[in-house]
Design a protein around this ligand. Structure first.
Ligand code: SF4
Length: 266
């Protein structure tokens, strides 16, 4: 499917929860956020029906995000449902890696293709400071488990302030080189002010070639991360919400005063 700017839209990012086991300083306030009531969160069946309709409309690439997707109970069930969808030729997940050692084999067996893992520093103290609670050793074990399970290529999402030359980013890059991992540098963004930039080494943030729609955990189809536009699959109907998002997809991002990164999955 194509939007009115003749961009091919073939990528759906699905946020399966607004919950997370970390409190990264650039994503979530220390006190956390008001979590969505459980009955507002889409069931796996509802998510599957949205994905099925999106694939019928032209989507062939799906990414599972959060919050942290691995905190959603029975997440491997959803992975196998989506992996079984004819027409999906890329099914990936973005995770903070904390629970990945536990889930990697089951995710691969369920049909997940590959993972992106967040890692912003190699220094255990800095990592704990940035995530407010995380233990870097869990992530490192998760990376090894993902490699062992064949969830490859394993890509590392490294959040930077201004430049890949920052010490933390250089350390992560050296680690990726040593382990044969691909690195993406994501400049800190601000939804409210609309400050964002292209992902270095990736596709995100390049509005002229944007290929994606997003589904929030509570069933809103968002045509753009940096926009307040959203269409509710429960009230409008799935195909109607997807079509409205496609038809109203903005030429480029502006600002998003509605969501927080933790409930839209970046
Ligand atoms: S800001 Fe919006 S249009 Fe630009 S790349 Fe992101 S989602 Fe696409």
């Amino acid at each position: 499917m194509y939007d009115r700017f003749n961009r091919k839209i073939n990528y759906l990012r699905i946020s399966v929860t607004d919950r997370c086991n970390l409190r990264c300083i650039y994503c979530m306030p220390e006190e956390g956020i008001r979590l969505l009531p459980h009955d507002e969160i889409l069931s796996f069946e509802e998510i599957f029906r949205v994905a099925e309709t999106a694939v019928a409309m032209g989507v062939d690439k799906i990414r599972i995000t959060g919050g942290e997707p691995l905190v959603r109970k029975n997440i491997t069930d959803l992975v196998s449902m989506l992996a079984g969808l004819p027409g999906v030729n890329d099914l990936s997940m973005t995770t903070n890696g904390i629970y990945l050692e536990q889930y990697a084999e089951a995710l691969a067996a369920a049909g997940l293709y590959r993972v992106n893992i967040s890692l912003d520093s190699m220094d255990p103290e800095r990592y704990r400071l940035i995530t407010r609670t995380g233990d870097i050793h869990d992530v490192l074990k998760g990376i090894d488990a993902a490699l062992h399970a064949g969830l490859t290529p394993v890509k590392i999402n490294c959040v930077i302030k201004k430049s890949p030359l920052e010490k933390d980013a250089r350390d992560v890059a050296a680690f990726c080189l040593e382990k044969g991992l691909e690195i993406r540098y994501i400049m800190e963004m601000n939804l409210k002010t609309g400050s964002f930039s292209k992902v270095i080494g990736g596709e995100g943030g390049d509005c002229a070639f944007c290929n994606r729609l997003r589904l929030t955990a509570n069933g809103k189809v968002k045509p753009c991360l940096f926009s307040d536009l959203e269409y509710d699959v429960r009230t409008m109907g799935i195909r109607e919400a997807l079509t409205a998002a496609l038809e109203n997809k903005p030429k480029h991002g502006s600002a998003n005063k509605t969501n927080a990164f933790c409930n839209i999955g970046g």
